[in-house]
Ligand binder design. Structure first.
Ligand code: GRF
Length: 192
């Protein structure tokens, strides 16, 4: 089955998914072809990794479009050319229009670096530390019209340690994201 991954930055989650799809022992469980990696930024670090791994890449620069609707229409056209069973958001930093969300309803997932429904949006690690939370983590969820909401598919929890910094917590969570996201996709794909 084809999957398309949307990124905006470093793309370490995308890289983890590509590795899981390409490596021998994973192929049996993550039976997926990464048909394209699409970025809204030409300077997204993850594009180089995708190219090195023979994944087709595309840039749809949001700044070229007058409205979110126009950007989303072009993005949808780029996605649909690859005929994906599943659309994977991996550090994709654009708010999606309701029309776009509806188009991929039931076949679009996102990963967020908190234990949703706690701390949707930005600065999750800082907020979790400031609140005195003892645990945080990562959530893979289906995408609905509301940002960082939608039915939860799976989560991983990590401890927040005394004197944790935002950076230390982010790194601890990101390590878990790289394990969680390929597994969540492998679990979901057979039903699509
Ligand atoms: C991850 O923490 C992800 O949960 C969040 O943005 C970060 C993206 O990192 N949505 P990367 O681009 O996958 O390295």
């Amino acid at each position: 089955k084809n999957i398309v991954i949307l990124i905006s930055g470093g793309g370490s989650n995308m890289a983890a998914i590509v590795r899981a799809a390409q490596q021998g022992d994973w192929r049996r469980t993550l039976d997926a072809q990464v048909a394209a990696v699409i970025s809204n930024r030409a300077d997204a670090g993850g594009l180089a990794f995708a190219k090195e791994h023979q994944i087709p890449t595309e840039v749809v620069d949001h700044k070229r479009f007058p409205t979110r609707e126009a950007f989303d229409a072009e993005l949808a056209a780029a996605i649909d050319r690859r005929q994906p069973s599943l659309l994977v958001l991996a550090g994709f930093m654009r708010i999606l229009t309701p029309g776009f969300v509806q188009r991929y309803e039931g076949r679009m997932v996102n990963i967020h670096p908190s234990l949703l429904p706690a701390f949707p949006g930005l600065h999750t690690h800082r907020r979790a530390i400031e609140e005195g939370c003892k645990f945080s983590g990562a959530t893979v969820h289906r995408v609905t019209a509301e940002l960082d909401h939608g039915p939860i598919l799976t989560q991983a929890a990590v401890p927040i340690l005394p004197d944790d910094t935002e950076e230390a917590l982010a790194a601890r969570i990101l390590t878990q994201e790289h394990l969680l996201y390929p597994r969540a996709i492998a679990a979901l794909l057979p039903s699509l």
